[in-house]
Design a protein around this ligand. Structure first.
Ligand code: PLP
Length: 415
C-alpha cells in the first residue's frame, strides 16, 4: 500500500498549505547561507523574475518544438551574456542548467577538440588548481578523463609555475577560476591563458561565481584580475546566471570563443525513424521559465542595475571585513575579491563558532582547508542583517572562548 503517493488526489488548497507550512522550517532568507543567493527576498527583482518565469511557465526549449517566445528570451540572454563576457565576433554561448553542466561542456569540448588537434594526447587530462570546483572531476568521471589538481600558492591562487610543470603529453586544457569557491580568490587568468597558448592547449575559465560580478566590480574601478575573452588565450568561460547574475536557480552559461568548437559540444544524430536530432546541452527538453526569469532580471537591472548591486556587495563586504576584524581572535583568510568572505580563528575552534552561529539562526558553511567560515555576500541583504550577524558572531566567539559552546559538526560538508 502506498504511504506517500495518495490513492485519491488531494485538493490543491491542502497541498498549498502543506507547502507553505514546510517552508516555515527554512532558514530565514535574510540570514543567508552559502547556497542562498536570494531564495525569497520578496523584493522587486524577485517579483520580476517570478512573473517572467510564470509567463513562460512550462514553455519548452527543444529544436523544432521551440516556441518563438522561448527562443526570443534564449537568444537575447545569450547575446547579453556574450556582451558582458567581452566575446569577440564568432563566439557562441549555450544556456545550461547550472555551473556543473557548463564545466562539463568545457571538459567534453576539450576532449573532442584534442582528438582533432592533439591526437598524441591519448588519455586526455585537464590541469586545474587544487581549488577548482568538483564539477571538473564529475565531468572527467563521465568522460573517462583525468583531472590533475595542482597545489595553489600561499595566497590560495593558482601557482602557474606548478601548473606548467604538471603539463604532460596527455594535457589538453588548463583551468582557472574567477574566483575559486573555497577561498574566493581569482586565479591569475592571463598567466594561465598565456601558458595554455604557448603550449597549444585550451584554457577554460570557471567564472561560475564571478562571471556576472567581476566585470561590474572592475567597471567600478576595483583592481581585480580580468578573466574574460579580452585575454587572447581564453578558449571558454562558464558563468552562472543563477549566482551573481541574480537569475532564478537553474541557469548558467557556457561560452566558446570560437563557434567552430560547438562541433565538439553538439550531439547530432540521425539514425532513428524521426530523422535528425541535435542538442548542445546535456538535457533534451529544457524548461524556458528560468531563461525567462534571467531575461527579465538582466533587462530590468541593465548595466546600471548590476553596477548598483556590485556597489552593494562592496559595501557589505567592507562592513563584514571591518566587523570581523574588530573581534579579537578572528582574521580574514584572504582579501575578499568577489562576493566571498572567509575568516578563521586564532586560538579557538572556528567550527564551534559555526555551530554557535547555526544555533542563532545564521546557517554557516565552513571551509576545511584552512578551517574557516565561508560567507557569500548577497547584494539583496541589507546592512541591518550584517549588523545583526556581527553581533551574533561577537556573542558566539565570547562563548566559544569561555568554553560554553563546543563543536558539534565533524566535517566540512558541501552537499
Ligand atoms: C557553484 C559553482 C559551480 C557549479 O555550479 P552549480 O550551479 O552548482 O552546478 C562551478 N564552479 C564554481 C566555482 C562554483 O562556485
Amino acid at each position: 500500500m502506498n504511504t506517500m503517493f495518495p490513492q485519491k488526489g488531494l485538493h490543491w488548497k491542502l497541498l498549498e498549505r502543506e507547502l507553505w507550512e514546510s517552508r516555515m522550517a527554512d532558514a530565514p532568507w535574510r540570514h543567508g547561507s552559502t547556497y542562498m543567493y536570494w531564495p525569497d527576498p520578496g523584493d522587486n527583482l524577485h517579483l520580476v523574475a517570478k512573473e517572467a518565469a510564470t509567463i513562460l511557465y512550462n514553455h519548452r526549449l527543444l529544436g523544432r518544438t521551440g516556441n518563438p517566445s522561448a527562443l526570443k528570451v534564449e537568444t537575447e540572454v545569450k547575446q547579453m551574456v556574450l556582451e558582458i563576457l567581452g566575446a569577440p565576433e564568432g563566439a557562441a554561448t549555450t544556456l545550461t542548467a547550472g555551473g556543473t553542466e557548463s564545466n562539463y561542456h568545457a571538459v567534453k569540448v576539450a576532449r573532442d577538440w584534442a582528438r582533432e588537434h592533439l591526437p598524441e594526447a591519448r588519455a586526455p587530462e585537464v590541469v586545474t588548481p587544487y581549488t577548482a570546483h568538483p564539477s571538473f572531476d564529475k565531468a572527467a568521471q563521465i568522460l573517462d578523463m583525468k583531472i590533475v589538481r595542482v597545489p595553489v600558492g600561499a595566497d590560495f591562487r593558482a601557482d602557474v609555475g606548478a601548473m606548467a610543470e604538471a603539463i604532460g603529453a596527455n594535457t589538453v586544457m588548463l583551468v582557472g577560476s574567477s574566483p575559486a569557491f573555497p577561498h574566493g580568490r581569482i586565479d591569475p587568468i592571463a598567466e594561465i591563458a598565456a601558458l595554455a597558448q604557448e603550449r597549444g592547449l585550451r584554457c577554460h575559465v570557471d567564472a561560475c561565481v564571478g562571471g556576472f560580478l567581476v566585470p561590474f566590480l572592475r567597471k567600478l574601478g576595483r583592481e581585480l584580475e580580468n578573466f574574460d575573452f579580452a585575454i587572447p588565450g581564453v578558449s571558454s568561460i562558464s558563468a552562472d546566471l543563477h549566482k551573481f547574475g541574480l537569475a532564478p536557480t537553474g541557469i548558467s552559461s557556457f561560452s566558446l570563443r570560437d563557434d567552430a568548437d560547438l562541433a565538439h559540444q553538439r550531439f547530432a544524430f540521425d539514425n532513428w525513424p524521426y530523422g535528425s536530432y541535435a542538442t548542445d546541452t546535456f538535457a533534451g527538453s529544457r524548461n524556458a521559465s528560468a531563461v525567462a526569469g534571467a531575461w527579465a532580471v538582466m533587462k530590468h537591472l541593465g548595466e546600471d542595475g548590476y553596477l548598483e548591486k556590485a556597489r552593494d556587495i562592496v559595501r557589505i563586504t567592507d562592513l563584514l571585513q571591518s566587523g570581523i576584524e574588530a573581534i579579537d581572535g578572528l582574521k580574514l583568510v584572504a582579501p575578499p575579491e568577489a562576493g566571498i568572505v572567509l575568516y578563521g580563528a586564532d586560538g579557538f575552534d572556528i567550527v564551534a563558532v559555526a555551530d554557535g552561529l547555526d544555533a542563532r539562526g545564521f546557517k554557516s558553511r565552513w571551509c576545511k582547508e584552512p578551517p574557516s567560515i565561508h560567507l557569500l555576500v548577497s547584494p539583496l541583504q541589507d546592512e541591518q542583517i550584517v549588523v545583526e550577524y556581527l553581533d551574533a558572531l561577537a556573542g558566539v566567539v565570547a562563548e566559544v572562548k569561555a568554553g560554553t559552546i563546543k563543536r558539534k559538526s565533524q566535517e566540512a560538508i558541501y552537499a
